[in-house]
Design a protein around this ligand. Structure first.
Ligand code: ADP
Ligand code: MG
Ligand code: MG
Length: 250
């Protein structure tokens, strides 16, 4: 699904990513962990195509197509979803209307007609029930006065509705409460299927108690310095990151 080769990226001439190689197959859940400032969020932004970062070297191949030159919308239409991509407040546009517009934009970009209204309603009902979202929430203005947990819930609802091929969740270091964590986990776990992939970026191990990754990668100073299975996350939780830095230096 996704193949990243020798990826280098900079912001304002400062090199942040220093040669990333990563391959994610359909059906896999990968987690990237690492100390603050190691470049995890930069990696997610670069994959989604956010323009404040410069990709200076390397390739990003999504479903056999090189996407490095594509703008964020085109990548999204192809099925790449990045959480917190749309954190804006839009007064007067409800959660439901926003998602309806986004779904139809993706369909139209792929040569499909708008989703029939009854199908849309059914999907909204199904996904909101699954995530424990009530109707009142769905008719509120997008992000307006949302609490941290509500923003998270809305974001996961968008993800579940859009049903992307590759979901990238960047768990910013802000503390999510247990309910919000569970919403994230329910959303991600509901997306799991043999043709969908997830890239979870997280500073803390606790989310991985609810979403079990197939692979865990550790990023330090713009490079992936270690990869392993789910046990690596537990080891990091117990031992922190220093030992990896030391191991790397030896
Ligand atoms: P992480 O997500 O692992 O905490 P980031 O990708 O956010 O790491 O940041 C990696 C490095 O890039 C840090 O040194 C950070 O200061 C720098 N950086 C990130 N965004 C910007 C920006 N908009 N302008 C300047 N430097 C940035
Ligand atoms: Mg950070
Ligand atoms: Mg980050």
């Amino acid at each position: 699904m996704l193949k990243i080769k020798n990826l280098h990226a900079s912001i304002e001439d400062k090199e942040i990513l220093k040669g990333i190689d990563l391959e994610i197959n359909a059906g896999e859940v990968h987690a990237i962990m690492g100390p603050n400032g190691s470049g995890k969020s930069t990696l997610s932004s670069i994959i989604a195509g956010r323009e404040e970062f410069d990709q200076t070297q390397g390739e990003i191949i999504f479903e056999d197509t090189e996407i490095s030159e594509m703008d964020p919308d085109e990548r999204a239409h192809r099925g790449i979803f990045l959480s917190f991509q749309y954190p804006v407040e839009i007064p007067g546009v409800s959660v439901t209307n926003f998602i309806r517009t986004a779904i139809n934009a993706h369909r139209n970009a792929n040569g499909q007609e708008n989703m029939p209204a009854n199908e849309m309603l059914k999907k909204i009902r199904e996904k909101s029930e699954m995530l424990g979202i009530d109707r009142k929430f769905l008719s509120r203005s997008l992000n307006e006065g949302f609490s941290g947990g509500e923003k998270k819930r809305n974001e996961i609802f968008q993800m579940a509705m859009l049903d992307p091929k590759l979901s990238i969740l960047d768990e910013t270091d802000s503390g999510l409460d247990i309910d919000a964590l569970k919403t994230v986990a329910d959303g991600v776990n509901s997306l799991k299927s043999k043709d969908k992939s997830v890239l979870l970026i997280t500073h803390y191990q606790r989310l991985l108690n609810y979403i079990v990754p197939d692979f865990v990668h550790v990023m330090v100073d713009g490079k992936i310095v270690k990869s392993g299975g789910k046990d690596l996350a537990k080891e990091l939780d117990e031992r922190g990151y220093e030992w990896i830095k030391t191991e790397k230096a030896v």
